[in-house]
Design a binder for this molecule. Structure first.
Ligand code: APR
Ligand code: PHB
Length: 390
C-alpha cells in the first residue's frame, strides 16, 4: 500500500500545475492520469492567459518558454456591422493578456514535473474513492492489470468535465447548473501568420467568427457551426470561404490561408457544480465548471482554482490551520460565477441564436454602445483581463 499527502486525479493543466506548486512547498503528491502523456499533450485547446495565470506559472517555475515565446496582447477587436472597434485593454485596465497555447503550458508543466522527480502514473483505469469523509481517504486504481491503493489526506479532482471525481459527490450533496448553447465552434489551426496582431471577435448575420493565433507564424480561426455539423463536411476551402464572409472586408483581404494542421468541432456549454468540495475531495478546473470558449476563461479559471487550493493546502500543512481549506469552495465559486457570467454574456452578444432580426439588432445596438461608451468598454476589458474582485 502506498501513501502520499495529496492524490491528484488528472494530469491536465489543473492537475500538473497543482502538483508543481505543492511539490515546491514539500507537500507530497501522486498524479493519476487516464491517458498517455502523448495523448494529453496532443489536445488543442485555447491560448490566452490572464496575468494571474502567468504569475502562477512563474511561481511554479515553468515560465521560461512562456516569457520567451508568449505574445503580449494589449487589446482585441470587436467586429460587427461591417466595421471594427478595438478594445484598448491596456489603457482601460492597465493590464494585458498573453497568447501562449495551452498545449505548450501542458508540455512545460509535464517536463518540469517529471524532471524534478514528480510521480505521475499515466494510463490508469477505474479510479475509485473510499472514506472521503473519514480520517484518511483511499484511492484505488487499475494499472497494467493490477489494482493499487493509495492512502492520502486529500484528493484533488482535476480530471476534467468527463472525469470520475465529480461523480464521487453524492447527488444530494451538490447542485449542478447548466446551459447548453444551440451551436458549436469549428476551429482550424494553420501554419500561416495571423491576420491581425490582436484577436478579433466577429458578430455576423451568418454567425460568429474568431481570428486568434498561437504565435507569429501559427494561427487559430473559429467559426460558429451547428451542433450537427461534422468536420468531414468542412473542407479547408469551405472553411476559409465562410470565415472571409463573416469578418470585415479589410481583414478578409489580408487573410493568409493554407492547409489546416488540425480541425475540430467543440460544443458550447456553461456548467457549474457547487459546492466544489465533499469531505477530503476538492474539485478543481473543468471537473467543477465549464465555460463556453468565448473570452478564453476555461484555463484561467482552472489556474485560479489551483492558486486558491494550493495556498490553502500549504497553509494547512505549515500551520495546521484548516480554515482556508474550509473556505476553498466559496472562494473559488465567487470567481467561477463571475467568469461564467462574462463567458455567457460574450457568447450571447456575439453568436447567432436564430433568424430573429430583433435579437440581431439588439446585439448590434449593444456592440455600438460598447464602442462609444468608455464605461461600457471598461466593463468588457476588466472582465477580459480577469477580475481581481472575485
Ligand atoms: N482518471 C484519471 N484521469 C482522468 C479521468 C479519470 N477517470 N478522466 C479524465 N482524466 C484526465 C483527462 O485525461 C485529462 O488529462 O484528467 C485530465 C483533465 O484535464 P482537462 O480536461 O484539460 O481539465 P483541467 O486540467 O481542469 O484543465 C482546464 O479548462 O476550459 C478548459 O481548455 C481548458 O482544458 C482546459 C481546462
Ligand atoms: C484560441 O486561440 O483558441 C482562443 C482564443 C480566444 C478565445 C477562445 C479561443 O476566446
Amino acid at each position: 500500500m502506498n501513501k502520499t499527502q495529496v492524490v491528484i486525479i488528472g494530469a491536465g493543466p489543473s492537475g500538473l500545475l497543482l502538483a508543481r506548486l505543492l511539490e515546491r512547498a514539500d507537500v507530497s503528491t501522486i498524479v493519476l492520469e487516464l491517458h498517455t502523456r502523448a495523448h494529453v499533450e496532443a489536445r488543442i485547446r485555447a491560448g490566452v492567459l490572464e496575468q494571474g495565470t502567468v504569475d502562477l506559472l512563474h511561481e511554479a517555475g515553468v515560465d521560461t518558454r512562456l516569457l520567451r515565446d508568449g505574445l503580449r496582447q494589449e487589446g482585441f477587436g470587436l467586429a460587427f456591422d461591417g466595421r471594427m472597434h478595438r478594445i484598448d485593454v491596456e489603457a482601460l485596465t492597465g493590464k494585458s493578456v498573453t497568447v501562449y497555447g495551452q498545449t505548450e503550458v501542458q508540455k512545460d508543466l509535464a517536463d518540469a514535473h517529471l524532471a524534478s522527480g514528480g510521480v505521475v502514473h499515466y494510463s490508469v483505469e477505474q479510479v475509485e474513492f473510499a472514506d472521503l469523509e473519514g480520517a484518511k481517504a483511499r484511492v484505488t486504481f487499475l494499472q497494467n492489470g493490477s489494482r493499487h491503493e493509495i492512502t492520502c489526506d486529500f484528493v484533488a479532482g482535476c480530471d476534467g468535465f468527463h472525469g470520475v471525481s465529480r461523480q464521487a459527490i453524492p447527488i444530494d450533496k451538490c447542485l449542478y447548473h447548466e446551459r447548453v448553447y444551440p451551436f458549436g465552434w469549428l476551429g482550424i489551426l494553420v501554419d500561416r501568420p495571423p491576420v491581425a496582431d490582436e484577436l478579433v471577435y466577429a458578430n455576423h448575420a451568418r454567425g460568429f467568427a474568431l481570428c486568434s493565433m498561437r504565435s507569429r507564424t501559427r494561427s487559430r480561426y473559429y467559426i460558429q457551426c451547428t451542433p450537427e455539423d461534422k468536420v468531414e463536411q468542412w473542407s479547408d476551402d469551405r472553411f476559409w470561404g465562410e470565415l472571409r464572409a463573416r469578418i470585415p472586408q479589410e481583414l478578409a483581404e489580408r487573410l493568409i490561408t493554407g492547409a489546416s494542421v488540425e480541425k475540430s468541432i467543440a460544443p458550447l456549454r456553461s456548467f457549474v457544480c457547487e459546492p466544489m468540495r465533499f469531505g477530503r475531495l476538492f474539485l478543481v478546473g473543468d471537473a467543477a465548471h465549464i465555460v463556453p470558449p468565448t473570452g478564453a476563461k476555461g484555463l484561467n479559471l482552472a489556474a485560479s482554482d489551483v492558486g486558491i487550493l494550493q495556498r490553502a493546502l500549504i497553509r494547512y500543512y505549515k500551520t495546521n490551520d484548516a480554515d482556508s481549506l474550509g473556505a476553498y469552495s466559496d472562494a473559488a465559486l465567487s470567481r467561477v460565477w463571475k467568469a461564467t457570467r462574462f463567458s455567457w454574456w460574450l457568447t450571447s452578444l456575439m453568436h447567432k441564436f436564430s433568424d430573429d432580426s430583433f435579437a440581431h439588432r439588439l446585439q448590434l445596438a449593444e456592440l455600438d454602445y460598447i464602442s462609444r461608451s468608455p464605461a461600457a468598454s471598461k466593463v468588457v476589458a476588466e472582465n477580459y483581463v480577469g477580475l481581481d474582485l472575485a
